[in-house]
Ligand binder design. Structure first.
Ligand code: MSP
Length: 521
């Protein structure tokens, strides 16, 4: 059984989760579920990034100590994962001294042993208000925009990592596809960055400035900077450097790191360089998603356009939030406003899948006491999709005249396109195919009007319902990695076991279920 190790990035716990985090969780979850369905032995990791000045500062502002503060926010991330039906196999916290620290320390030691860590002087602009180094970009006319103060030019002793040694090797690995960066435009961005040459990076900070973090092995006057502290979660979570490295042996290297576009360089350059230095294999693939914007702007507290995933979940439910997030084009930025969420819910879920399922269940019950038997092939052939041939893309003359059988359409269009989308991790296109099928079914019912046909031609009315039920079974299978709850509800309505959905049933016995997506004002 092939293994598939997939991770999300680990979000900072300086604030509660927002919709961008929800996006990453749900995308990684859909991929993990898809790989499981393909028969892979999947290990899906998520976690939280809890150290650093940013978090101790946010904790101080909230009048809490960093641990209390991190615990409270980490809990919210955990709750969000559960509410979104995300299915990780493990979750790692960088403040976990038992499970994470030994792994981060071991990685540091290996890199040091390889001669890639040295002591140097870090020179930079320090803003007292930020309690951190700032760059020229944060300044206007030499003044910190946020604090209205001129930063001090200071020097401090840091450990540095010899990133400059590894730029060429990483470039080669990316060019050969050894380390795949999806999509292509992100790969090109990374290659352009590498072409300029890499410089060594600061790898630690004085412990007096960052007391909330992992002490540098052998020198507690310094704290590891974010690179070794956070990126090492992907290996420490598998027990690397700890008491048992069974999981590490089984699952490393990662098959996919799911990350946002702002942290590509960390994952495509710094992390691989650290691994090369430590003599460990590189991850195989980075999946770089776009950003969720709101009303054309970056979500931010100051602009007041942050969408709280918990309130959307409360109003619309798990499946709807997954739908909204998974229908967003994965490699692009997407705009999300409360209005758009409502529109998607109403048009695609309440009036779409939800309505189709409840209509068909009601008709099956009303006209056939919930029992729909498989019609003969001749009868089925008489009720094809009356569809625009362009939608099918078929060249077959018979199809052009009659339209395709519903089962033909599912097999030759939906399944083919759905699988092709998954091959390239275009999750939104996979979902789109399911929705296309849903729209075809709405039209199919409209074309044959089984609620009228029943009065004159019971046999063909039953065949129409049979076809829709068959298609709903296929939809349940297609939806399983995307909207698992909906998939199970549909299978429940069809009275079939999820594993057997779509198998050659001779009769459907329908159980009416409560509305999948009730209308919401
Ligand atoms: N802690 C680091 C990651 C370390 S990984 C070893 C971090 N944390 S974060 O909380 O700022 O972001 C976590 C993830 O959420 C990142 O992949 C980031 O790109 C993603 N997003 C943050 N805001 C986002 C949106 N508005 N939209 C989509 N994803 C966004 O970076």
């Amino acid at each position: 059984m092939p293994k598939f190790y997939i991770t999300t990035s680990i979000p900072y716990v300086n604030a509660p989760p927002h919709m961008g985090h929800a996006l990453e969780f749900v995308q990684a979850d859909a991929i993990a579920r898809w790989r499981r369905l393909q028969g892979d032995d999947v290990f899906f990791l998520t976690g939280t990034d809890e150290h650093g000045a940013k978090i101790s500062r946010a904790a101080a502002d909230a009048g809490k100590n960093p641990r209390e503060f991190a615990n409270a926010n980490a809990k919210q991330f955990g709750d969000l994962i559960v509410k979104l039906s995300v299915s990780p196999n493990a979750s790692i916290r960088t403040s976990d001294q038992k499970h994470h620290w030994p792994g981060a320390e071991d990685l540091w030691r290996r890199i040091a042993k390889n001669g890639d860590i040295y002591k140097g002087t870090y020179k930079g602009l320090y803003c007292v208000g930020h309690e951190a180094f700032v760059t020229e970009k944060d300044l206007k006319g030499g003044i910190c925009e946020d604090h209205g103060k001129k930063p001090e030019r200071i020097e401090e002793i840091n450990y540095f990592f010899r990133l400059s040694e590894y730029g060429d090797e990483i470039k080669k690995r990316i060019e050969t596809g050894d380390l795949e960066v999806l999509p292509e435009k992100r790969k090109n961005e990374v290659l352009a960055f590498l072409a300029e040459g890499t410089q060594d990076i600061s790898f630690s900070r004085p412990a007096k400035d960052i007391p909330w973090g992992i002490p540098v092995p052998g020198d507690s006057s310094q704290t590891m900077y974010v690179w070794c502290d956070a990126l090492s979660n992907y290996t420490s979570a598998l027990g690397f450097g700890g008491s048992s490295d069974e999981l590490f042996k089984k699952y490393w290297p990662a098959d996919m790191h799911v990350v946002g576009k702002d942290i590509v360089r960390f994952h495509a350059v710094i992390w691989p360089a650290m691994l090369l230095s430590a003599g460990l294999p590189l991850p195989k693939r980075l999946f770089v998603h776009g950003f969720i914007h709101s009303g054309g702007k970056k979500m931010s507290k100051t602009l007041g356009n942050v969408i709280d995933p918990f309130s959307v979940l409360k109003k619309y439910g798990t499946e709807a939030v997954r739908y909204v997030l998974l229908s967003a084009s994965v490699f692009e930025d997407n705009d999300l406003t409360p209005e758009r969420i409502h529109k998607l819910y109403t048009a695609h879920l309440a009036n779409g899948i939800g309505n189709l399922v409840s209509r068909i269940a009601a008709m099956a019950e009303k006209y056939f006491e919930g029992k729909i038997a498989r019609p003969s092939d001749v009868v089925l052939a008489a009720v094809p999709f009356k569809t625009d041939i362009d939608m099918v893309g078929a060249k077959d003359r018979d199809l052009e005249i009659e339209g395709p059988a519903v089962s033909w359409f599912i097999e030759h269009k939906t399944t083919v396109r759905y699988r092709a989308a998954w091959e390239e991790y275009r999750i939104h296109d996979a979902l789109h195919e399911v929705m296309e099928l849903e729209r075809m079914l709405d039209r199919y019912i409209q074309d044959y009007e089984p609620y009228k046909l029943i009065a004159t031609d019971r046999k063909h009315a039953e065949a129409v319902l049979w076809n829709v039920l068959l298609a709903l079974g296929a939809m349940a299978r297609f939806l399983l990695p995307l909207l698992p709850g909906t998939a199970h509800s549909i299978a429940g309505m069809l009275g079939v076991d999820m594993d057997a959905v779509g198998a050659n049933t001779s009769e459907y016995v329908i159980t009416k279920t409560s509305a999948l997506f009730p209308r919401i004002e």
